[in-house]
Design a protein around this ligand. Structure first.
Ligand code: AVI
Length: 333
């Protein structure tokens, strides 16, 4: 994604109130459904309901990424923070979610740097309030400084404010929801927004057996299906749509060429849908692309660091090597 889109696409997660009737949502839906290969960007999954369902996904046994990254941070938080020469003054969280994984790191950072600040960045004030309150109650003496902004605007503000050394967290394989070229743009922009000596910790979901991936993205309980279908319900709520959600089903496929899991909404029958006064025709069996979740090889992680201009300091994996958190440093230009 071009840099602007990169920041928007990722910063839109998770969101609540601010996106009600966002003109960009209407624009993306109209453009995406007007194409021959219909698509709606995954950034629009995360209204209040979508954020809630995503929390449910993260607690599913089948959805391994949250669990295994938690294991990595439980095992390696001390080692990671020991690598940050001098300790960071500010831990910046891009897309903190409920902050469970960040807590593991913060506990360790605070041992080295008791005056460290926690700065989550999000465009959703509700998400910020939620994670800030959780952190404040977990660490009563922690200084919490939430920033309501797009990721890169927030980072620039922090750097201007001279917030000391930064450790920027981009966990959960959120990077995987970007196409590869978009991910490189995003990481380059991240690199350019930081100063020499700052660090980033990026979560990458590693390629693994397809049956594990399939179960994670099409769980038996139907939670991921509800997450995907909520997109249509959101269009009805916010864009005056008349989707009958029962006319669609969730489909998750694996594309070995990328490699990536992809999510789709498949129309069960031929029908017409109205959105904001426009009509869209769906054929029986026609699919709408809604998400890409890239899976990586170890060498992809190395290549990302190199093309974005980061120096790799450490790489931490779970026991099964299903997931990796890469710690990168901003070196001299
Ligand atoms: C937020 N993101 C990293 C999740 C993923 O795994 O791609 C979103 C998700 N989609 C279906 N399940 C989870």
């Amino acid at each position: 994604m071009p840099s602007r889109t990169a920041s928007l696409a990722v910063a839109a997660r998770p969101s609540t109130g601010p996106f009600r009737s966002d003109p960009r949502f209407l624009r993306d839906v109209i453009a995406g459904l007007g194409r021959e290969r219909k698509a709606i960007p995954s950034r629009w999954f995360y209204d209040a309901r979508g954020t809630e369902i995503f929390q449910e996904i993260m607690s599913l046994g089948a959805y391994y990424p949250t669990r295994v990254e938690h294991e990595i941070l439980e095992r390696h938080a001390a080692e990671i923070t020991a690598r940050l020469a001098g300790g960071p003054c500010t831990v910046v969280d891009l897309g903190a979610g409920d902050g469970t994984k960040t807590r593991l790191l913060l506990a360790s950072v605070l041992e080295h740097s008791p005056r460290a600040v926690y700065a989550p960045i999000d465009i959703s004030s509700a998400a910020l309030e939620n994670v800030s309150a959780r952190m404040a109650s977990a660490f009563p003496r922690l200084r919490v400084s939430p920033i309501e902004a797009e990721y890169f605007d927030g980072l620039r503000a922090l750097v201007r404010r001279d917030a000391g050394g930064l450790l920027v967290l981009f966990l959960g394989s959120n990077i995987g929801n970007l196409e590869r070229a978009e991910a490189v743009d995003f990481l380059r922009l991240l690199r350019r927004s930081l100063r020499c000596g700052d660090h980033v910790l990026v979560g990458f979901d590693l390629l693994k057996d397809v049956s594990v991936l399939q179960a994670a993205y099409d769980d038996h309980a139907g939670v991921t299906a509800a997450f995907n279908l909520n997109l249509l319900a959101r269009i009805n709520r916010e864009l005056d749509g008349d989707f009958d959600v029962r006319h669609f089903e969730h489909v998750a496929t694996f594309d070995p060429a990328r490699p990536a899991m992809e999510s789709w909404l498949r129309s069960r029958r031929q029908h017409l849908v109205r959105i904001a006064g426009r009509r869209f025709r769906f054929e029986a069996g026609e699919r709408v692309h809604t998400e890409i979740s890239c899976k990586y090889r170890e060498e992809d992680v190395t290549a990302f660091a190199a093309s974005a201009g980061f120096e790799e300091v450490g790489r931490y994996r779970d026991r099964r090597r299903w997931f990796a958190d890469a710690l990168w440093r901003v070196g001299e230009r």
